[in-house]
Write a new protein. Structure first.
Length: 317
């Protein structure tokens, strides 16, 4: 209900700039916020009031002086009679083939109506000093109002910056305190986990030691009767032996048998060679005696020839 304030809409925070597709909108099933509804109604009332004030302060023609009135007059280059009914006419024409032609002359409509003249003296229709006064008042008022609004906006922005700085300082202090508490909590948690890990390790070692002691006692009680029986069974099966006897059986006796076999092979080879020599001598003797017998039969009665043949055979033998 008070005076309406105006300002530059470029500094108005309620004016949305840029793409509006990504704006947050409430779903259909969501419950509307009463404060948001009240804020929207207030913005609608302000918009209506601004529109009404804009229509009121819109520049318009000054009021006519007393005894005169405003009327609509024609300001076109050619006068034309005005009538409510539009004249219409139908015409037909057949165009020829397209030919080059000069441009059409400027159309000047025929004059209609009756000319009326009037004598207007200087100062009858417009007085600059009187007519310019409301325009100057509007311009000066709007300029002063805009300047006041800009000053108020600057003060408001300065206050907002101061509040923002105060909020930033408070938030930074709270952030530092939060980090300190988080670090303290982390140290406590790590210390707790380390203590629990040490305790679990101690319990594991104690359990392992108890199991080892129990296993050792059980092994001693179990092996007390098992060792003599095992050693007896192994001795019966021949796993425990005399090293000298085993060396004689596995080393000396095989070597002795190998040497005896070698010696027997050599003796057998000597006998075979001797048998071959004897066989060759016997065969030669047999052949010699056969030859002598044949010679005696051939040279019977010739002692000299017989004697030379015998010497020759003896030399050959």
């Amino acid at each position: 209900d008070g005076p309406i304030q105006y300002g530059n809409i470029m500094y108005d925070r309620r004016v949305v700039r840029g793409n509006t597709y990504a704006q947050h909108t409430l779903p259909v099933s969501a419950q509307p916020d009463p404060l948001e509804i009240q804020r929207q109604q207030e913005s609608r009332r302000r918009a209506i009031a601004r529109k009404r004030a804009r229509d009121q302060f819109r520049p318009k023609s000054p009021e006519p002086v007393q005894g005169r009135k405003h009327i609509d007059v024609q300001t076109e280059l050619y006068l034309e009679e005005l009538s409510d009914r539009v004249e219409e006419a139908d015409q037909e024409c057949q165009t020829d083939a397209f030919l080059d032609r000069p441009p059409s002359p400027l159309f000047i409509p025929a004059k209609t109506g009756v000319d009326v003249a009037s004598q207007i003296y200087e100062g009858d229709l417009f007085d600059f000093d009187i007519e310019v006064k409301p325009i100057l008042e509007v311009l000066v008022g709007k300029t002063v109002e805009q300047a006041l609004l800009e000053v108020m906006e600057e003060e408001e922005l300065a206050n907002l910056r101061q509040q923002q700085r105060t909020y930033e300082e408070l938030r930074n202090a709270e952030l530092v305190e939060q980090q300190r508490l988080e670090e303290q909590e982390r140290r406590h948690r790590e210390e707790k986990e380390r203590r629990m890990k040490q305790q679990r390790e101690i319990l594991r070692k104690e359990k392992e030691t108890a199991e080892k002691i129990a296993a050792r006692a059980f092994a001693q009680s179990y092996l007390s009767d098992l060792v003599p029986s095992v050693f007896g069974t192994l001795a019966d099966n021949g796993y425990f032996y005399d090293p000298v006897e085993r060396d004689v059986e596995q080393g000396f006796i095989p070597w002795l048998m190998e040497q005896v076999s070698t010696e027997l092979n050599r003796s057998e080879l000597g006998r075979l060679v001797l048998d071959g020599i004897i066989r060759d001598v016997v065969v030669r003797r047999i052949n010699l005696f056969n030859t002598i017998n044949q010679a005696e039969a051939e040279f019977e009665g010739e002692p000299e020839a017989m004697k030379s043949m015998a010497e020759h055979l003896e030399m050959g033998v």
